[in-house]
Design a protein around this ligand. Structure first.
Ligand code: NAD
Ligand code: UFG
Length: 339
């Protein structure tokens, strides 16, 4: 298939492009590079032997977006583009609603105009809100989000559902990611956050490389086995492979489909730290801090639906994840900024 990958140079997008190419698809990338680097394209070429077509386009620019659809024959869009920093979204809600919602509406308009009605959308476990019963199944109703970023995901899910309901030619796959970490085993592509990382794994790798002094663990009094927060960490390569499998739902004209993408296993912050130390032989100094606002005790998926309907399940375990995260950080101490 010819697949337009928005946000294709980003963390999850770049890994998905590799898997698409490995499976014989033609990936056409679009990104405004606000949170990624063009160097990723060369890295993808190194891994796959193919330099994908790339458009440096902002999805807020309707005209340029439309030009991509004029030039390329597109069968399906995998839509990763968006801003994703939870804390920043609380401080700058307009920026998030404008970029994620208006950008996606522009994309939908361009798709409609060009008769492209197949989309796979990057959603998040965050749409389930705070009052969840673990393991979370897709039947669990959506809840109150704790931040504007989360609301953009929840609102976009609703928009895609309504569009599909109104026009049955649309095939929509909503993928709710749990906590993607890890990197391609080559160490050529991985996660390269701006500034001080908000998320656990890049924080740990930056402590390991000596850029940050110690990890602050947000809360040790949760109702979890060791008191620290439990999450469903998933290797980004497994996540990327799920997108290739999800194309089956597009090929089968399945209408609307919703899947959790997680491993089904919950690991605490201390489990992740211990695994990192054991696998990589590096001590991670840490201290306990107060709980972070908006965090919940436990969040992990039931991954059964993706397995029964897509034949997909995660293959990498937590030790693989911490090994590959560190491998990328070690080989790229300053992220893509080194090249
Ligand atoms: P990322 O920031 O690495 O990738 C997103 C890409 O979108 C970036 O390359 C950025 O430059 C691009 N982008 C942003 N606004 C754009 C615009 N207006 N026009 C064109 N490009 C634009 O993030 P990621 O971790 O790869 O996440 C990909 C998607 O998955 C996002 O939609 C994110 O919200 C979602 N998601 C991520 C996580 C996670 O923990 N990483 C969890 C759940 C959902
Ligand atoms: N944590 C720390 N110290 C840190 C960073 C995180 O203790 O410096 C803890 C958190 O309190 C939490 C766990 O590590 O218990 C994971 O935190 P992350 O920030 O890595 O991930 P979250 O589960 O908070 O959020 C992530 C994405 C969101 C997405 C959500 C979906 O960042 O975009 O998963 O589950 F919505």
């Amino acid at each position: 298939m010819n697949i337009l990958v928005t946000g294709g140079t980003g963390f999850i997008g770049s890994h998905t492009v590799v898997e698409l190419i490995n499976n014989g698809h033609n990936a056409i990338l679009m990104d405004n590079l606000i949170n990624s680097s063009e160097i990723v394209l060369k890295r993808i070429e190194k891994i796959t032997g193919i330099m994908p077509t790339f458009y440096k386009v902002d999805m807020l620019d309707k005209e340029k977006l439309g030009e991509i659809f004029d030039k390329e024959h597109i069968d399906c869009v995998i839509h990763f583009a968006g801003l994703k920093a939870v804390g920043e979204s609380v401080k700058e809600p307009y920026k998030y609603y404008n970029n994620n919602l208006c950008g996606s509406l522009n994309l939908i308009e361009a798709m409609n105009r060009h008769g492209v009605k197949n989309i796979i959308f990057s959603s998040s476990a965050t749409v389930y809100g705070k009052n969840v019963i673990v393991p979370i199944t897709e039947e669990c109703p959506k809840g109150e989000c704790t931040n504007p970023y989360g609301w953009t995901k929840s609102m976009l899910e609703q928009i895609f559902c309504d569009i599909q309901k109104a026009d049955e030619k649309w095939n929509v796959v909503l993928l709710r990611y749990f906590n993607p970490i890890g990197a391609h085993p080559s160490g050529l592509i991985g996660e390269d956050p701006n500034g001080i990382p908000n998320n656990l794994m890049p924080f740990i790798t930056q402590v390991a490389i000596g850029k940050l002094k110690e990890l602050g663990i947000f809360g040790n009094d949760y109702d979890t086995p060791d008191g620290t927060g439990v999450r469903d960490y998933i290797h980004v390569v497994d996540l990327a492979k799920a997108h290739v499998k999800a194309l089956k739902k597009i090929e089968d004209n399945s209408g609307l489909s919703i899947y959790n993408l997680g491993t089904g296993n919950g690991y605490s912050v201390l489990d992740v730290v211990k695994s990192f130390e054991k696998v990589n032989g590096i001590k991670i100094p840490y201290s306990f801090k107060p709980r972070r606002a908006g965090d919940i005790a436990s969040c992990y998926a039931s991954a059964n639906k993706a397995y029964s309907e897509l034949g997909w399940k995660a293959e990498f375990d937590i030790d693989d994840m911490v090994r590959d995260s560190w491998n990328f950080q070690k080989k790229n101490p300053n992220g893509y900024g080194d090249q």
